[in-house]
Write a protein that binds this ligand. Structure first.
Ligand code: HXC
Length: 513
């Protein structure tokens, strides 16, 4: 065989991966192969493979004769919407996509190149975990990957798609990346599987209930996005990347929009109900602000009392954080605090301004919250906002009480500009609670305590629960007409675009975790 034929034959074998029967089984499970996934994800004819000929060098447990094309992972680089990316895709058809020494080395190689080049990296995971036959070499491979995930954090965007099993310590590489997208029914993440759980705790649970996409979207908060199949998951990768810069030193991508920055929304002044205890959907306000009313929520389904997500304003990506009065009255709890803090740090790492919409009666009361460490988790919110140097614009829509007023990017915590709707109420606590405390003696002495309480609450509301006391002190920069919110925020961000802000030099902060 001449040298060109040898290359052709070797590549043919590698293209085949686990062979027709295993590929057929993969398709029967509703999954694509690694190569099919990369072909769909990347722009046409842009994929350049690295390490196609890499082979394992394990000999024990029958591995000496085991043929493992590409050692079960396809690695390389290509383009998405014209922008370079590094990729790796584990192939379940080869030894169950299991991770051995050389498989891990291939992933580390693209991680190193992505970090050096300042280019995002996307991992498509479909693996039985550490290759059992390779023992400690496989474990060491994971450690090397985790280390690189950590070093790349905040330098380049890292996106993971869970398209098959991800078990044991293998879940921690995805968990160290910025975004996890999971495919329903086929993608599962768990530290210990159903059998181990049954043996140790006696609990019975299916793999999907334990570690499926909806479990991690709604219960654990591990997943940011879920998809019904491989195709939809890969579309989501492209959607997310469109908002992100190539690395921390670049600006996020601009996308021209025909939507006028001066577009008024005459419905906005009527969104907030007259009754202060009635809810409304804050998404309606978010979409009124963003270009073409397009909002891309993250972790929707988890801690829905807080909404986070990305959109564009004047063509530039902007992160949005908003209390959601429809769920738990928009209170901040442990999960919402974690969700908020991680999102603000993600935006700050990649130069994306944050707009915060405030309507919260405070932190959620209860022993469950206190014992669960709301102090520690709530502190992350303060830390994330105070640490962030991106442009920060806050709009107080209605309630901004007590600690939650401060936490939701108040002036004192570092907001560059604080706007308020005329319906804003800034106070240490709600009028009823305040009246109960400061007018307790008056109320108790009254012939009609209920009526007295109402009157005193109203007195407090008129005095404090409005935007003007805070505006007089300069804690609020402007009280705006709700229908013009989009143009006010757009103008604010335009002048803040070149903002430069420094923090004291140090090794690193010590965020409460
Ligand atoms: C070697 C593996 C493997 C593994 C699967 N295979 N997992 N080979 N090491 N970890 C092989 C199988 O032997 C089989 O080979 C092929 O992949 C397909 O696997 P099946 O079992 O036939 O597929 P399926 O029925 O779909 O089940 C998938 C699975 C199951 C649920 C993932 O294979 C499984 O439970 N695997 C072990 C999972 C595990 O415990 N991994 C270690 C986790 S601990 P053939 O030749 O028959 O096609 C870990 C530690 C990391 O990862 C620590 C980091 C700090």
């Amino acid at each position: 065989m001449d040298s060109r034929e040898e290359l052709k034959s070797r590549l043919h074998r590698i293209e085949d991966m686990g062979g027709p029967s295993r590929v057929q089984r993969q398709h029967q499970m509703g999954k694509w192969t690694a190569r099919e996934r990369l072909a769909y994800l990347l722009d046409d004819d842009t994929f350049e493979e690295i390490g196609a000929h890499v082979a394992h060098r394990a000999t024990r447990f029958g591995m000496a004769d085991a043929d493992a094309p590409a050692d079960g992972v396809v690695t390389g680089y290509g383009r998405i919407q014209g922008r370079p990316v590094y990729v790796f895709a584990q192939d379940f058809t080869v030894l169950g996509g299991s991770l051995g020494e050389m498989h891990a080395a291939k992933i580390q190689r693209v991680q190193d190149l992505a970090l050096k080049s300042g280019v995002p990296i996307i991992g498509l995971n479909d693996s039985g975990g550490a290759r059992i036959q390779e023992g400690v070499d496989a474990l060491n491979g994971y450690g090397e990957i985790f280390k690189r995930n950590t070093w790349s954090s905040g330098v380049i965007p890292q996106i993971t798609v869970i398209m098959g099993p991800s078990a044991g310590g293998a879940v921690y590489s995805p968990a160290l990346t910025d975004i996890i997208i999971m495919v329903r029914r086929t993608g599962q993440m768990m530290i210990t599987g159903p059998q181990v759980i049954q043996a140790v705790t006696g609990e019975t649970v299916t793999a999907e209930d334990l570690g499926g996409a909806d479990t991690h979207l709604r219960r654990s908060g591990v997943a940011h996005l879920v998809a019904d199949d491989d195709q939809e998951a890969l579309d989501l990768v492209r959607d997310v990347l469109a908002f992100l810069p190539q690395n921390w030193m670049e600006e996020p991508p601009f996308l021209e929009s025909a939507d006028s920055l001066f577009r008024a929304d005459d419905g906005l002044p009527f969104i907030i109900p007259d009754d202060a205890n009635k809810p409304y959907d804050v998404i309606r306000i978010i979409t009124a602000i963003l270009d073409d009313a397009k909002f891309f929520p993250l972790q929707a389904g988890y801690a829905d009392n807080l909404v986070v997500g990305i959109g564009r304003l004047g063509g530039r990506p902007v992160g949005v954080v908003a209390n959601q009065p429809r769920v738990l009255a928009g209170t901040l709890d442990i999960n919402a605090s974690d969700k908020l803090a991680r999102f603000v740090r993600f935006m700050d790492a990649f130069n994306i301004p944050v707009v915060t919409l405030v309507d919260t009666p405070g932190y959620l009361p209860g022993t469950h919250q206190e014992y669960g460490g709301i102090i520690r988790h709530g502190a992350k919110v303060l830390y994330a906002y105070a640490e962030a140097t991106i442009p920060k614009v806050t709009i107080i829509l209605r309630k901004a009480y007590g600690g939650a007023y401060l936490a939701m990017c108040s002036r004192s915590l570092g907001a560059d500009l604080v706007l308020a709707w005329p319906t804003a109420e800034i106070a240490v606590m709600g009028p009823e609670g305040a009246a109960n405390i400061i007018f307790r003696k008056d109320i108790e002495a009254s012939a009609d305590p209920a009526a007295k309480r109402m009157a005193k609450a109203e007195e407090y509301r008129v005095e404090f629960a409005n935007p003007y006391v805070a505006a007089e002190r300069g804690y609020i920069d402007a009280v705006i007409e709700p229908q013009h919110t989009r143009s006010h925020v757009a103008r604010a961000l335009m002048v803040l675009y070149n903002k430069r802000d420094e923090r004291p030099k140090r090794r690193h902060g010590n965020i409460p975790v």
